[in-house]
Design a protein around this ligand. Structure first.
Ligand code: SAH
Ligand code: SF4
Length: 382
């Protein structure tokens, strides 16, 4: 018989959890802050490097704890400064993280799940099925890895990562506890010190979890709308059959009003040729959103093999944008970044072990959702 001690991974613990951990091992709570700064500000994973922690405690920590991020499979840097990491998570699948610099702003696009169960018809992640939820350590680990690559600076000085968007692989609200814990760490001064306005969660519309979210955190919200009526949205975003538009928009409004200050909802709308890109759709959208303070991001569809969809012409995109703009909406259209390292929208590749289809093999995924420009657009709001 083999016995092995499972070490506690300190990387994904919020301040509260870290304090509890030190309590549970008979140590003072202030150790939590010390250790968190080493981990998140300085990217340290070796307890011996934590020089303001006593030798005795460091030795104790080495036996019972660890600081373990996901394994970095590759890191690429684009000529335009965009960076992309492929990381392997505990389930064996790989997910991607993308960093997009723009002026003084640097936006990190983070994944929440390997694969996705929601099966939106135009999304390659959805087409691959669901494999696993990322742990809190794997979600915040993506920020940790990116921050380290910039030389890990304390949250109080100028940072490379100013914004985080949960727009990578997966539906963040279906991995609720781990994503919320990780977002707390993104905002915590002992973590990455990013303002709540600059951390954005994107959802396809898991209504009960949008309501739940407001009880836990006050990050910015982006809604993947993609259709201005239920009939079309049922086809594109199947979760709409369970939580139709009226219900969904009401829950988003409740969330936004729970923030208690002037914050606007981001609406994401992937434009699909001859499907949802006509003037009549824009007109319907104006009516649907007329009482909702929001900013609209239009994302021209990024094709992948056998998707069955096409990207609209530039004229059609402009026409759609103009229609919304004339109605008074703030509308942006995606532009492409990081193409030379396959980090642009529609170019990301992950590997998901497809559990939902009971397949034993790894399936290459063209991962579209970590859309660098979409991410940048969302960040522009904040
Ligand atoms: N699951 C969440 C977050 C990840 S997806 C959500 O759906 O909101 C991030 C964004 O990329 C979503 O708005 C998604 O609809 C969009 N997207 C997915 N596939 C796309 C494609 N092929 N082209 C353009 N945008 C796509
Ligand atoms: Fe999942 Fe979002 Fe893709 Fe829909 S668009 S399948 S919710 S990752």
């Amino acid at each position: 018989m083999t016995t092995s001690t499972v070490k506690t991974n300190l990387l994904g613990l919020t301040q509260q959890e870290m304090e509890k951990f030190f309590d549970s091992i008979g140590e003072k709570r202030f150790r939590a802050g010390q250790v968190m700064k080493w981990i998140h500000h300085f990217g340290v994973d070796d307890f011996d490097a934590m020089t303001n922690v006593s030798k005795a405690l460091r030795d104790k920590l080495k036996v019972i704890a660890e600081v373990r991020g996901p394994e970095v499979v590759s890191e690429d840097i684009s000529t335009d400064g965009t960076r992309k990491w492929v990381v392997r998570v505990a389930s064996g699948s790989c997910v991607e993280t993308v960093y997009i610099p723009q002026g003084k702003r640097g936006t990190l696009c983070v994944s929440s799940q390997a694969g996705c169960a929601l099966d939106c018809s135009f999304c390659s992640t959805g087409k691959q099925g669901f494999n696993s939820n990322l742990t809190a350590a794997e979600v915040i680990g993506q920020v940790w890895i990116a921050n380290k690559s910039f030389g890990s600076v304390p949250a109080t000085v100028d940072r490379a990562i100013t914004n985080v968007v949960m727009m990578g692989m997966g539906e963040p609200l279906l991995n609720f506890d781990n994503v919320v814990a990780a977002m707390h760490l993104m905002m915590d001064d002992l973590g990455y010190g990013i303002s709540k306005r600059r951390v954005t969660l994107s959802t396809s519309g898991v209504v009960p979890m949008i309501d739940e979210l407001s009880k836990h955190i006050d990050v910015s919200l982006a809604l993947s709308l993609h259709a201005p009526n239920d009939a079309l949205r049922n086809q594109l975003v199947p979760i709409n059959k369970k939580y139709p538009l009226k219900m969904l928009l009401e829950s988003c409004q409740r969330y936004m009003s729970s923030l208690g200050e002037k914050r606007v909802l981001t609406i994401e709308y992937t434009l699909l040729k001859d499907i949802n890109d006509k003037v009549e759709h824009a007109v319907e959208m104006v009516e649907l959103l007329k009482n909702i303070p929001c900013k609209i991001n239009l994302i021209p569809f990024n094709p992948f093999p056998h998707s069955g969809y096409e990207r609209p012409s530039n004229n059609a995109i402009r026409r759609f944008q103009d229609q919304l703009h004339q109605a008074g909406f703030n509308v942006t259209v995606r532009t492409t970044r990081g193409e030379d390292i396959d980090a642009a929208c529609g170019q990301l590749v992950g590997q998901v072990l497809d559990r939902t289809r009971r397949s034993e093999r790894y399936i290459a995924v063209r991962e579209l959702s970590a859309d660098s420009d979409l991410a940048q657009n969302a960040a522009n709001t904040n």
